[in-house]
Design a protein around this ligand. Structure first.
Ligand SMILES: Nc1ncnc2c1ncn2[C@@H]1O[C@H](COP(=O)(O)OP(=O)(O)O)[C@@H](O)[C@H]1O
Ligand SMILES: [Mg+2]
Length: 255
């Protein structure tokens, strides 16, 4: 599904990504976790074809990312929702599909809004929605686009912790039913572990993948996972690996 090889993105004064090799299989839920400024957004943007690689390449189902995007086969959810303020929740959900040349399928859009907990709010405008509700609209919109691949860049970043956890559980359930491939960026280690089949650790700059964890927790997962010993062990292991990578980088910089 996604294949990145030797992916390097250099800006004027910083190498944001360096030599990243990454493969994500169809149907996988992969999370990317790392400290602020380590290159997570750059990685997602390069995979979406919104950032031109300095070296290396990205292929999505064997195609250039721009081609996958134009065909409506790539959904993106950003940290801050990017809803059109002059369109209702429902119109926001259907609009991207029509831009991609697909039929609006308004009934299914309303059904998706219902499934993300927004039944009854479909005719409200973004300014009449809370941050959490608007972010749910953005997620419904990405799902309605019908893309097989969802790229999510800290989509819950601005939400309170309880809403985050609830939306995380909902997202996994939607992913399971809709059989999507998801690449999800976060700086929250518990969130990365809760959601993932596989969790990739990034450190930087220059952004590099430093470790990969298979997350072996029961599915489907609900809020009770947070209490389990297995979950807490995984979180501790990821944290310790992140701190290790950071210490190693500091040593290399100031030997
Ligand atoms: N458009 C840009 N121009 C110049 N530097 C950038 C740009 N975008 C990101 N950077 C730099 O690249 C590095 C990685 O940024 P980013 O991918 O946004 O990290 P993250 O999402 O992990 O916080 C940072 O040092 C950041 O300042
Ligand atoms: Mg970012």
């Amino acid at each position: 599904m996604i294949r990145a090889s030797g992916l390097t993105v250099a800006y004027e004064d910083v190498v944001a990504l360096e030599g990243v090799d990454l493969e994500v299989a169809a149907g996988e839920f992969v999370t990317i976790v790392g400290p602020s400024g380590c290159g997570k957004t750059t990685l997602l943007r390069a995979i979406a074809g919104l950032e031109e690689p300095t070296r290396g390449a990205v292929l999505i189902d064997g195609r250039e990312p721009a081609a996958a995007r134009a065909a409506g086969n790539l959904g993106f959810v950003f940290q801050r929702h990017t809803l059109f303020p002059w369109k209702t929740a429902l119109q926001n959900v259907t609009f991207l599909r029509t831009v991609a040349g697909k039929p609006a399928e308004t009934d299914r859009a309303a059904d998706l809004l219902e499934r993300v907990g927004l039944g009854g709010a479909e005719h409200r405008y973004p300014e009449e929605l809370s941050g959490g509700m608007a972010q749910r609209v953005a997620i419904a919109r990405a799902l309605h686009l019908g893309a097989d691949l969802l790229l999510m860049d800290e989509p819950f970043g601005e939400l309170d912790e309880i809403t985050r956890e609830e939306l995380g559980v909902e997202l996994r359930e939607l992913w399971r039913r809709e059989r999507k491939t998801v690449l999800f960026v976060t700086h929250s280690v518990p969130e990365a572990v809760l959601l993932a089949d596989r969790c990739l650790l990034v450190d930087g700059p220059p952004g590099r993948l430093t470790a990969s964890f298979e997350v072996d927790l029961p599915r489907p997962r609900d809020e009770s996972v947070f209490e389990s010993r297995a979950f807490q062990r995984q979180v501790a292991a990821v944290r310790s690996s992140l701190h290790g990578a950071r210490a190693e980088r500091t040593r290399q910089r100031d030997p």
